[in-house]
Design a protein around this ligand. Structure first.
Ligand SMILES: Cc1cc2nc3c(=O)[nH]c(=O)nc-3n(C[C@H](O)[C@H](O)[C@H](O)COP(=O)(O)OP(=O)(O)OC[C@H]3O[C@@H](n4cnc5c(N)ncnc54)[C@H](O)[C@@H]3O)c2cc1C
Length: 492
């Protein structure tokens, strides 16, 4: 197929591979004939991730990025050898989990070699005494959880993308699951890792509950988004599968009342596993059949674990909810959420109607949460073309929250989809930064957020760039992600 027929979105500064046949045969030597492809169908399959505007592009016959080679290595040594080759030949490498990322992290924006981690799919060890599981990082999230469940455990990490994402992708983007208020984000769950550095060196971080052995260097690779190393193995915390689950829901007069109830619950060191606030617009969308919820803010809670603890959690959750004007709505809204929580048809139903839709999750301390919510809604409502802006809040800490906005709109005649999309993003991010929040809670930076990193990190960004240069002097590992950095054919 001649891909030139299609508009390529990321086409500038592509790497030029002079002798493609030579690289292909070297890759074959490293991974074997069956673990490399240059077939059109594979190149096309790996030309995008799940960035939502990508669906609009697909309908319009546009391609996000075109990789040159797809590889499926089977050993850590093979990954190391591919990286050594890429350094020598100055070819970008793009680590690929399951392509469910929504910020462009796995798109080959300058071409190059995709390292798909799918063959790193084994659980290596479950240790009941230490409560740990060690697995290769290409393992699919649902496969990991299903196997753990069958043996009486859970990681407690259940993102909405459980069926379509990998352990390596979670680590790369510092993902959060739906049960994160109890079990934490992935950075709270990872205890040890094996990483291949950009120049091919294989390093290991010891699995340990806690230590005091210098700085926590391993943390550099959690959220590294495949720019600082490829994580090949990880040891995670696990928990006995919960003995009891209680489903609770309340409606509140306002988002502030719901924030206050939850803040007071966590202040008592009570951690319901699931806590989800739906603002008035999302309550209307998800619970239209519940009379009590009309014009109100729905909150669903799940308390789980040891049954005595669950009873205590339930009683304090109810006490604080009722103290803050909450009205009990029973189990039904929670059952509805449990039954529909992996359903994602809403997002794919919009592009055929030329609607540009996306979600932006941000983080905040408690003191800014309400301001951030209102100022994002206000700014977006003023933007021409925006037809919806709503939010839910689903990750809570004693000190703050993760807020998840959804927006949709139709570009005006003068605008391309991408221009409108970027305007929406800029509007949300500016409102969040102005109100003292952080620009990402769990989807990561990728391409979408890279140009706000200087505002987010301030002068610390220089330190991160220096670390990148030190580890990856040829800028071959996932260039253009996290940092606004133009690929210069491996030259700095
Ligand atoms: C419908 C839907 C629901 C979602 N729900 C959630 C949710 O609840 N919580 C959440 O946090 N996210 C969610 N996401 C986003 C996405 O699932 C996460 O970002 C996930 O962590 C990406 O995993 P992946 O394996 O698909 O990674 P990919 O998309 O393949 O890659 C993501 C990034 O990780 C890098 N990478 C992949 N594997 C490795 C590795 N082994 N070593 C180093 N770098 C690597 C890639 O280069 C890329 O930069 C959702 C996405 C969709 C489409």
């Amino acid at each position: 197929m001649d891909f030139k027929e299609f508009e390529l979105i990321y086409k500038d500064n592509r790497c030029e591979i002079k002798d493609k046949q030579k690289i292909e045969s070297k890759l074959k030597e490293i991974v074997g004939e069956n673990n490399i492809s240059t077939n059109d169908v594979d190149i096309l399959a790996y030309s995008k991730d799940s960035t939502l505007i990508g669906m609009n592009w697909t309908i319009q016959g546009k391609i996000a990025g075109l990789p040159d080679f797809i590889t499926w290595p089977e050993t850590v040594e093979q990954i190391s050898e591919i990286l050594k080759l890429a350094n020598k030949e100055k070819i970008p490498i793009i680590p690929f989990g399951e392509g469910s990322g929504v910020v462009g992290g796995a798109i080959a924006i300058y071409g190059g070699i995709i390292i798909d981690m799918k063959k790193f799919n084994k659980i290596l060890k479950i240790n009941d005494k230490n409560l740990t599981v060690t697995a290769q990082t290409g393992i699919n999230g649902m496969n990991l959880e299903r196997i753990l469940n069958s043996k009486g455990y859970t990681t407690g990490h259940i993102p909405q993308s459980l069926y379509i994402s990998s352990l390596g992708g979670w680590i790369a983007h510092r993902a959060a699951g739906q049960f994160s208020t109890k079990y934490g984000k992935i950075e709270d769950i990872v205890l040890g890792m094996e990483v291949v550095l950009p120049q091919g060196e294989i390093i290991n971080f010891k699995t340990i509950a806690r230590a005091s052995t210098g700085p926590q260097l391993d943390k550099l690779f959690i959220g590294g988004e495949g720019t600082l190393g490829i994580v090949t193995k990880a040891t995670l915390k696990i928990w006995p599968y919960p003995a009891k689950r209680t489903l609770i829901s309340y409606v509140f007069p306002s988002i502030e009342d719901s924030f206050e109830a939850i803040r007071q619950i966590l202040r008592e060191q009570i951690y319901p596993a699931v806590v989800r606030i739906y603002d008035q617009f999302e309550t209307m969308r998800h619970f239209p059949d519940i009379d009590k919820a009309k014009d109100k803010v729905m909150v669903v809670f799940i308390c789980e674990g040891n049954s005595k603890l669950v009873d205590l959690e339930e009683s304090i959750t109810r006490e604080k909810s009722e103290k803050n004007s909450g009205v009990d709505c029973g189990e039904h809204p929670v059952e509805h959420w449990l039954e529909s929580r992996f359903r994602i048809t809403e997002t794919s139903s919009m592009p055929p109607y030329k609607i540009v839709f996306d979600t932006i999750e941000v983080a905040s301390l408690w003191e800014n949460a309400s301001d951030i919510y209102h100022s994002v809604l206000k700014s977006m409502k003023q933007l021409q073309g925006v037809i919806m802006i709503t939010a839910h809040v689903s990750h809570f800490y004693p000190n703050g929250v993760g807020i998840y906005f959804s927006f949709g709109g139709v570009p005006t005649k003068e605008q391309s989809d991408l221009e409108f999309y970027q305007k929406c993003w800029n509007t949300v991010v500016k409102a969040v930064l102005d109100a003292g929040g952080s620009i990402a809670h769990h989807h990561g930076i990728g391409i979408n957020r890279a140009h706000w990193m200087e505002s987010e990190w301030g002068t610390s960004m220089n330190t991160l760039k220096e670390i990148k240069k030190l580890l990856d002097p040829n800028d071959i590992l996932n260039p253009g992600k996290v940092y606004v950095d133009t690929w210069k054919g491996g030259e700095k």
